[in-house]
Design a binder for this molecule. Sequence first.
Ligand code: UDP
Ligand code: MG
Length: 319
Amino acid sequence: MDTHLLIVVPCYNEEAVLPETNHRLSALIQRLEKEERIAEGHILYVDDGSRDRTWALVESFASEGFPVRGLKLAHNVGHQHALWAGLEYAASHADIAISIDADLQDDVEVIPQMVDYYHQGIDIVYGVRKERRTDTFFKKHTALAFYRLMKEMGGEIVYNHADFRLMSRRTLQALMQYPERNLFLRGMVCSLGFPSAMVYYDRQKRMAGESKYPFKKMLSFAIDGITSFSVRPLRYIVLIGLLMIFITLVAIIYGIISYAKGDTIPGWTSLLVSTWFIGGVVITSVGIIGEYVGKIYTEVKRRPLYLVEQVLEEKDTEM
Ligand code: UDP
Ligand code: MG
């Protein structure tokens, strides 16, 4: 077995956690090599334009003989893009890539299990959080609401899975065919298909340092997730417009009855009806424009039309 593993770790100002992270991941790689689950393993640190000693630490790990490689990005591009940089490297340098956050909130102890799945022919292994005991009440519930909304909007994602996952080389190469610039990796990976499995773990508290995802960033990440995956919000506009027009019918009936009873001021009925009607027509029109914008949006993304998982052909017969 000559499997080469790359553990991809995006890092932004992570000097506080990196030595411990490096220690644990190196030990894990050593163990995996010894148990012959992999032939060789490396940690790939992607320094996302840190302003602290992160890159200096990465360099020192490498010179101390740890199985470490590094990608230093020229400026801060955010977690998703930094991760993409690492995965793109992995697609051409490794057989399997495992992505994990630098703070090791995700349990490295399930990594051997992920690798075992790979050897059983599974291409994508999702790390899934069992429960969110360590999260604040607020974070837990906003996250839950997000998963629900995402599902409602037709986005495919694995419940309670962030970006801790194993991907095989062929799925990495498939992912690299997605040329879009708005990345929501956990959704994109799900939409790839390929045989997949899940491993479960408890998420820990951050070892040290501060979260790089304050509420504002989380919110914009959630909005990004929905809008970069679905045109359904646009479609709903048409429905609202049609609903308004339907209400117009009710208003007409109500208006006529009131008029017949004689308890209306002159002009009230026509005003009532036309207000609803104009509202309905305007919103429906906006929705129709939205339909076209949605089409343009999906065209512009230029996603691959299909991904081949396997080709079955008769063996080449030698001449
Ligand atoms: N990160 C990054 N670039 C950024 C922000 C964060 O590469 O602009 C990395 C960070 O170093 C960490 C991961 O993304 O490895 C997740 O960040 P964090 O742990 O702060 O997020 P949380 O777990 O609080 O959601
Ligand atoms: Mg974290």
